[in-house]
Design a protein around this ligand. Structure first.
Ligand code: FMN
Ligand code: SF4
Length: 371
């Protein structure tokens, strides 16, 4: 039978199955961060397609953390009614939805931020350009911005909130010994580099209360020399329950142009799928929290095995659901055993107004297969 289509829960958040739409920046918002109609349509398609939980594309908590154009905003109270419409749309169709809240830090593109900031001044080839060191006041403001954004999630009627602490965005930058060279209370030892995350989590909890589901997407390792190691990542996982976190989604990588760890290309065999499962397995040893794992899942059999083995409670998918939003139902009805995603990363929007879409040449591949 398998566990994929059995219910599960994260605190008070109950899901019909174990499939999650991992956060995917949709690029479907206006210049103020207000969601546009195609985003509503996409969430309708995903909900109708049977996914148990939608995690939205990352939303910026403060204008200084807008990572790219057309990103959805959650940085102002007047956005709450539009966000509430998104939540309502999904709920009306019986789905569940949680926004991912984020600050881009050094990984903000020139199109949005003229002078990006980071825990420490940094100028590395994998970044788009140099970033300057944040002042203590800016660190405090960022903490408060996450808390305010979490409150807006609750006010808008979402089923919870996910804090983005992966992929080289601001929280992941603070955790990283490669990026964070601060000598004040937010830098130095592993514990001090975790301080920003602790501050964010406690400020978020203070805003939303004890019962509201708070999830985190954690980069458990950076994948660069001198960066966050998986051992230190496991230490962070062990600390999450004490920070009031209800579930952890395992990921990795420092983002920027360096996509060798996360968003991997060329997943052409089952052996290349599920590439963060070794980290999830390690996380399992350090925490009793529900675990979501993302990264390269394409075959139903691989997903079922990870659940059966007990390495995770949820399987998160990004590209397969860009390609086929109804993949969960296709699995459930036995119409498919594998995503058609070619993992060639042609999904990013190339022009303003385009939004994410699947642009890999499936028809040509099919013709080739037919000979
Ligand atoms: C177009 C695109 C947008 C993404 N946006 C986000 C995002 O907003 N937040 C995030 O945590 N990860 C984001 N990711 C990473 C995915 O959530 C996921 O971790 C990664 O693609 C690996 O999973 P997959 O093999 O199922 O695609 C994005 C990936 C893609 C391809
Ligand atoms: S564009 Fe390519 S990589 Fe992206 S979802 Fe489609 S098939 Fe997958």
């Amino acid at each position: 039978m398998g566990l994929l289509f059995t219910p599960y829960q994260i605190g008070s958040l109950e899901t019909a199955n174990r499939l999650v739409r991992s956060a995917t920046a949709e690029r479907m918002a206006d210049p103020d961060g207000r969601p546009l109609p195609p985003l509503t349509e996409l969430y309708e398609d995903l909900t109708r397609g049977g996914v148990g939980l939608i995690i939205t594309g990352h939303m910026y908590v403060h204008p200084s953390g807008k990572a790219h154009d057309e990103m959805t905003g959650i940085h102002r109270d007047d956005l709450v009614p539009d966000l509430a419409n998104l939540a309502q749309t999904v709920h009306d169709l019986g789905g569940r939805i949680v926004p991912q809240i984020n600050h881009g830090g050094m990984n903000s593109l020139a199109e949005t931020i003229s002078e990006p900031m980071a825990p420490s001044a940094i100028d590395e080839p994998f970044l788009t350009r140099p970033a300057r060191e944040m002042t203590p006041q800016e660190v405090e403001t960022a903490v408060q911005s996450f808390a305010d954004a979490a409150r807006r999630c609750q006010q808008a009627g979402f089923d919870g909130v996910q804090i983005h602490a992966a992929h080289g965005y601001l929280i992941s930058q603070f955790l990283s010994p490669y990026v964070n060279q601060r000598t004040d209370r937010w830098g130095g030892t592993a514990e001090k580099r975790m301080r920003f995350l602790r501050d964010v989590c406690s400020a978020v909890r203070e805003q939303v209360g004890d019962e509201y589901p708070v999830l985190i997407k954690l980069g458990m390792e950076d994948g660069v020399e001198g960066g966050l190691s998986s051992e230190e990542g496991a230490g962070i996982v062990a600390a999450l329950a004490g920070m009031g976190i209800d579930a952890v989604e395992i990921s990795g990588g420092l983002g920027g142009w360096n996509k060798t760890l996360n968003v991997r290309k060329g997943i052409k065999s089952e052996a290349k799928e599920a590439y963060f499962v070794p980290l999830a397995r390690e996380a399992r040893r350090h925490a009793e929290l529900p675990i979501l794992v993302v990264g390269g899942f394409r075959s139903r059999s691989v997903m079922e095995k990870v659940l059966d083995d007990g390495f995770a409670d949820y399987i998160s998918l990004c590209r397969p659901l860009i390609s086929e939003p109804d993949l969960p139902n296709q699995f459930k009805l036995g119409l498919k055993e594998k995503s058609r995603c070619l993992s060639a990363n042609n999904c990013w929007a190339k022009e303003a107004g385009e939004g994410i879409s699947c642009k890999c040449p499936h028809d040509r591949v099919l013709e080739k297969l037919k000979g």
